[in-house]
Design a protein around this ligand. Structure first.
Ligand SMILES: NC(=O)c1ccc[n+]([C@@H]2O[C@H](COP(=O)([O-])OP(=O)(O)OC[C@H]3O[C@@H](n4cnc5c(N)ncnc54)[C@H](OP(=O)(O)O)[C@@H]3O)[C@@H](O)[C@H]2O)c1
Length: 270
């Protein structure tokens, strides 16, 4: 339950998002999260914190192989040369011999998907990363990507206010995971009366209920971020209780098509 395996790759279902964590705060917060029990770190070239993520990983008293490290290609053009240069820069900055998962951060309509995914597959064959995936790919894009390469996740915005049924259907069809970013809707879940009521029933918090709703779905991984040790601990607590079918359905019904993160040139309907 705490992990999901697709295409031979095992991914911890609850990871630590690291967007906006930089400098000493990043080193400190990530090391503390590893001490708490987080075993999946989510970073990106664009976050400018891969050096700190690597330092925290080395400072923590956990073996490298027990931590699943995800990073994402630099934004922009996704030609073969740029994919390779981005991956090498990530390995250098993280100070790692291999990545666990390397994602296309956003689709690039100007580079053939075939070229990008062939370059990523080469990196798997060379041992630079154990697995590859995509992020912010709408249904038609992810379907094409899965025809071209062994995609293990599509990382997208997903929380109780944004249904992802079409992408979950693609994940089921192809056997990959959906990684939920902004999983506590950037803190909005705290004030939700339905989540509050369910949380009260379980002696939990609304954020834990929102995260539980995500990770209880078999193919869903979540990567919440918090700058507070108390809330990082709280978020990890989503792994150790269960919602019943009626509670799951009530949370699913909270969908309002709320998209908090806009970026790239993506048509989400296609
Ligand atoms: N692939 C992509 O394009 C993409 C885009 C966005 C994000 N991501 C990844 O997903 C991660 C998470 O997404 P996100 O950072 O945008 O949003 P998020 O995790 O939904 O929200 C983070 C915000 O929620 C608050 N929060 C966290 N836990 C809470 C809790 N238990 N109770 C109340 N408030 C809580 C945090 O405040 P405090 O810090 O004060 O606790 C922070 O302001 C990112 O860090 C990044 O790794 C990927």
């Amino acid at each position: 339950m705490h992990e999901v395996t697709v295409k031979g790759v095992t991914i911890p279902k609850l990871g630590l998002g690291t967007y906006r964590l930089t400098g000493d705060d990043a080193r400190h917060d990530i090391a503390e999260a590893l001490a708490l029990g987080y075993r999946h770190l989510d970073t990106a070239r664009a976050y400018g914190n891969e050096v700190e993520v690597g330092q925290a990983l080395r400072a923590a008293a956990v073996p490298r192989e027990s931590v699943f490290v995800t990073t994402k290609l630099a934004m922009g053009s996704l030609t073969r040369d740029r994919v390779r240069a981005s991956a090498q820069a990530s390995l250098r900055d993280l100070g790692l011999e291999h990545l666990d998962l390397l994602l296309v951060h956003w689709p690039d309509p100007d580079t053939p998907l075939e070229e990008t995914l062939a370059a990523l597959t080469e990196l798997v064959e060379e041992g630079a990363t154990r697995a590859i995936g995509v992020s912010n790919f709408p249904p038609s894009w992810v379907r094409r990507a899965c025809e071209l390469a062994a995609v293990v996740t599509n990382q997208v915005e997903y929380h109780p206010y944004l249904s992802q049924d079409a992408l979950l259907a693609e994940a089921e069809r192809d056997d990959h995971t959906l990684t939920a970013y902004a999983p506590v809707a950037r803190g909005r879940t705290a004030d939700d009366p339905v989540l509050q009521e369910i949380a009260h029933r379980h002696g939990r918090t609304p954020a834990q209920v929102a995260l539980r709703w995500l990770v209880q779905q078999p193919r869903v991984v979540a990567v919440p971020r918090s700058a507070s040790q108390q809330r990082r601990r709280e978020n990890l607590g989503a792994l150790d209780f269960a919602l019943d079918a009626e509670e799951m359905a009530r949370i699913t019904a909270l969908d309002q098509g709320l998209r908090l993160i806009q970026g790239g040139r993506v048509d989400w309907e296609r």
